[in-house]
Design a protein around this ligand. Structure first.
Ligand code: ZN
Length: 180
């Protein structure tokens, strides 16, 4: 079997900034592998296309430019938000506005956005809503650990159902609604 559509792929990888010597951003290994249904649109298309055709045991190493990954950092996504928005009963709770912290803010439409606290004053906090990996060249190195055919149920749901030796969902925002 090879990495292709309608197959569930388990792999291990290290994700580093820029190249094989860059900062480690993410790591999965044989004990905690990453598993996904190939071609289901859950991952970056550029990531999937680099893996296409690989066999079990085959190592891979490639880099994705920001253009192929999460885009460039956009200044417009760095926003000054009035302090009032952080107050609960007139006070900003402790440990919310810490430089470098990630916080979730709700917009006027009830949509939640993850942002990083850049800095703050008495009047406003500057929050960076760019994707944490925006502007980065992503360098992946890893191994294909397992390939299996997806079940009809998995194809219907468009995601894998973890089995022995497989990883769960890496996308922590994924709402997984099962009628079982
Ligand atoms: Zn499911």
């Amino acid at each position: 079997m090879i990495v292709e559509e309608q197959h569930v792929i388990t792999l291990s990888y290290e994700l580093r900034d820029t190249d094989g010597k860059g900062d480690l951003l993410e790591r999965t290994d044989a004990e905690n592998p990453f598993t996904f249904l190939y071609g289901a649109g859950q991952l970056l298309p550029s990531f999937e296309s680099k893996l296409r055709g690989l066999k079990v045991g085959e190592p891979f190493a490639f880099s994705l430019t920001p253009e192929d990954a999460y885009g460039d950092t956009n200044e417009e996504n760095i926003v000054d938000i009035p302090m009032e928005n952080f107050k609960i009963e007139g006070e900003v709770p402790e440990n919310v506005l810490v430089e470098g912290n990630f916080i979730t803010l709700m917009d006027n439409y009830g949509q939640e956005h993850l942002g990083k606290v850049v800095t703050y004053t008495d009047e406003f906090a500057r929050i960076d809503f760019n994707h944490v990996m925006a502007g980065k060249v992503l360098h992946f190195e890893g191994n294909i650990l397992q390939i299996r055919k997806a079940s009809s149920e998995e194809l219907e749901h468009q995601h894998h159902h973890p089995q022995e030796g497989e990883g769960g969902f890496m996308d922590h925002d994924h709402d997984h609604d099962h009628e079982e």
